[in-house]
Design a protein around this ligand. Structure first.
Ligand code: MLZ
Length: 469
């Protein structure tokens, strides 16, 4: 496991405490390590941690209680400080030096009180017994569960199919370079850069100016599939260059990929030409008028954003029919979300009824869409770490700014609203506060105001994605 790293200059704990923010609890992120073991991790629990106020050369432990939780991080106060908050400190609970009460006793480690308060009590043993009676702690197997949930089935060298970031309507074979906290750093096979181009440092940072043909995504992302998937469903795939024989022994097994939901058989089906609303895969801050362009096997659909489509369909994007990121006609209006009308269609206000008539098309039946509403637990203003899906090597400080049933609008702190992204509450690209630190991944802090000299109007660089008309 890589050593935990903090980004110099950004401190989640201070940011949260100073501004009285609250973070989305770990249990909201089902794909994240420890999510299933977080139910008992609550404010007020007591733990055994390294005593940072101890003059002795050896490592000693003391008891602390959780004043406030923020994702994986906890504001701790050593037992004995009572109402004194001056020595409180933030600590990532998913570090090897955090244990449930009782661990020192069973591991033959001494509990040593902090030096500063050593003289506050003449009998620490009685003090602790009194303090610990009736208190809650971490589950006994906390460290073991942590080890387990930080072991991932994907290994470097494994091959899979993943969306081609240069042409999102097709996939491409790629090889796992490394796995960081469940995220895969992938390198496209047969990339023009050659097999020995310098790779990233495995933490989202890249040396030099070489544009390496790589991609980052979570191992459970809907963007990755086993080798052979494209052929089996009829999806486009970038032809592999040359007659080079590939070693299929390294293909990631089918069992490593999430099963796509079976949708109940009904008479109705998605058909080519049907209209719907979809998050624009090239501009995730907008939900757009869209069309089913192709129906593939296994309930996969190729969706095109109306008015944006490249002549050759290069910007069509595949969604599974059960995807929570496609919506029936009228969804935006119903939920007071601004719907982006097709570029080139000038009737305003946009009216679906007229548009369907003008384009001689039909709406995809409402019954075909995923209507599950998971109890996700996210609240508006919750802080989290979110992948900037336009540049997926970046995991950024972010905030939930809107919730529409299961759909979240994520804002990147310090960035303009047009960088916001609509994502599903079960997105594997959202992580609890402290995930980067735990996984050893570089966290992108909020942008600080741009100095007036370099940017007189104070406007941040425009994002990539679709160019605006
Ligand atoms: N190069 C890009 C980085 C944007 C990253 C934003 N993350 C929320 C730009 O400056 O537009």
């Amino acid at each position: 496991r890589k050593a935990a790293k903090t980004v110099e200059g950004f401190d989640w704990g201070r940011y949260i405490w100073k501004n009285n923010f609250s973070a989305a609890p770990v249990s909201c992120f089902k794909h994240a390590p420890m999510a299933d073991h977080w139910a008992d991790v609550i404010d007020g629990i007591k733990i055994e941690v390294v005593n940072r106020d101890c003059p002795l050369p050896d490592k000693f432990f003391w008891i602390a209680w959780v004043v406030k939780l923020a994702g994986y991080k906890a504001l701790l106060r050593y037992e004995g400080y009572e109402g004194d908050s001056s020595k409180d400190y933030w600590c990532n609970l998913c570090t090897p030096d955090v244990h449930p009460i009782g661990w020192c006793a069973t591991s033959n480690k001494a509990l040593v009180p902090p030096q500063t308060i050593m003289h506050h009590c003449s009998n620490w043993k009685t003090f602790l017994i009194k303090k610990l009676t009736g208190s809650k702690t971490l589950p006994a197997d906390f460290q073991m569960k942590m080890q387990e949930s930080l072991t991932f089935p994907f290994k470097s060298g494994m091959r899979l199919e993943v969306v081609d970031k240069a042409q999102i309507s097709r996939v491409r074979v790629a090889m796992v370079d490394c796995v960081v906290g469940g995220r895969l750093h992938l390198r496209y096979e047969d990339s023009d850069v050659g097999p020995f181009a310098p790779l990233g440092l495995g933490d989202g940072t890249f040396g030099g100016e070489v544009e390496v043909e790589d991609f980052w995504c979570h191992m459970q992302s809907p963007l990755v599939h086993p080798v052979g998937w494209a052929q089996s469903v009829g999806h486009k795939i970038k032809p592999s260059g040359g007659a080079k024989k590939h070693n299929h022994d390294m293909d990631a097994g089918h069992y490593l990929f999430p099963m796509v939901k079976e949708i109940s058989k009904s008479d109705e089906q998605f058909k080519e030409g049907m209209k719907l609303e979809a998050i624009d895969p090239l501009n995730l801050s907008t939900i757009c008028v869209a069309t089913v362009r192709k129906v593939l096997k296994d309930n996969f659909l190729m969706i095109g954003i109306d008015g944006m489509e490249a002549a050759d369909g290069a910007d069509w994007f595949s969604y599974n029919a059960s995807s929570p990121s496609i919506f029936p006609v009228g969804y935006c209006e119903l939920n007071e979300i601004e719907l982006t009308p097709p570029r080139g269609y000038s009737k305003r206000p946009f009216n679906w009824f007229e548009y369907l008539r003008d384009t001689n098309s039909v709406a995809a039946p409402v019954g075909l869409f995923n209507k599950e509403l998971p109890k996700h637990g996210f609240l508006v203003a919750h802080k989290l770490e979110a992948v900037d899906l336009m540049e997926p090597r970046l995991v950024c400080v972010a905030t939930v700014v809107r919730i529409v049933h299961r759909l979240l609008r994520v804002h990147f702190d310090g960035w303009e609203d047009d960088y916001d992204q609509w994502v599903d509450c079960e997105s594997v690209d959202l992580f609890p506060v402290g995930w980067c630190e735990m996984a050893g991944f570089q966290l992108q802090p909020p942008t600080s105001p741009v100095p007036a000299i370099t940017n007189p109007i104070g406007v941040k660089q425009k994002k990539k994605g679709r160019s605006q008309a």
